[in-house]
Design a protein around this ligand. Structure first.
Ligand code: URA
Length: 244
């Protein structure tokens, strides 16, 4: 049946325990469906239309969730990892177990990451055909070629001979650090190739030493979020994303 889900799967997806833990809870009569004990793990129902309680508490149904995360360094943009904490482990308020990051930021990159279980929206935002704008703040060491802004605006060729789409560079400040030239810049790119920002600056003679994503399409990193903090998207943010 369309729109229905098994009781054990529903409880596991709403983070009430592992599949075997919730099966046990159901068997023991700790789960009520519309006020009546249900002991069948494979009971199918429409979660939008019924009330499920476990251990006396209502299990709120949430079909899709959207969080904005300010990704800190040292955390991987993945759902599981053996070595490092994942971005998903930072979303404390998540109700769903099937959340994933929309795209990837490198382990040493900070900033805006959208976390959701809405595959359709993720696909739209990541589709190479859609050219969704991504704005980064970068601190770059080294002497960049004089015409870096024009070269980026034309579409620079990377070390492996791939050419990237035109991108907008705004150098905000230039100074010296330990006798080396450094600049701080904002770069807007319209695609998402592997290590793209780092490789673009490398092709222009620099080395990115700090990178932070500030926005993705209409979604801007909330300045109140410290690295590691997240919050649900507002209705306006979601509407703007869907429209884009
Ligand atoms: N470009 C990079 O080089 N790294 C990122 O994490 C994102 C864009």
């Amino acid at each position: 049946m369309a729109g229905t889900i098994r009781l054990d799967k529903f409880l596991a997806e709403m983070k009430k325990g592992t599949r075997s833990q919730v099966k046990e809870a159901i068997r023991k009569g700790r789960v009520l469906v519309d006020g009546a004990v249900c002991r069948e793990s494979d009971y199918k129902f429409d979660p939008a239309a019924v009330t499920v309680c476990m251990d006396g508490e209502e299990v709120a149904f949430s079909s899709v969730e959207y969080f904005m995360l300010n990704k800190p360094q040292g955390v991987v943009s993945a759902t599981e990892d053996n070595l490092h904490p994942t971005v998903i482990s930072l979303i404390g308020d998540a109700k769903r177990k099937d959340l994933f990051p929309v795209g990837r930021l490198d382990i040493d990159t900070e900033g805006l990451l959208l976390i959701t279980n809405d595959g359709k929206l993720a696909h739209e935002l990541l589709s190479p055909k859609k050219h969704v704008d991504k704005v980064y703040f970068a601190k770059v060491k080294g002497k960049l070629r004089e015409d870096v802004t024009e070269a980026f605006a034309k579409g620079i060729t990377l070390a492996d001979q791939t050419t990237v789409l035109p991108a907008e560079l705004l150098i905000e400040s230039s100074y010296e650090e330990d006798g080396e030239p450094v600049c701080e810049a904002r770069l807007t790119i319209h695609e998402g190739k592997f290590h793209q920002v780092k490789r673009m600056f490398e092709a222009a003679g620099g080395q990115v030493v700090f990178l932070k994503r500030l926005s993705m399409g209409p979604l801007m990193l909330d300045p109140l979020l410290e690295p590691g903090e997240s919050r649900p998207l507002t209705a306006e943010e979601l509407k703007a994303l869907r429209k884009s």
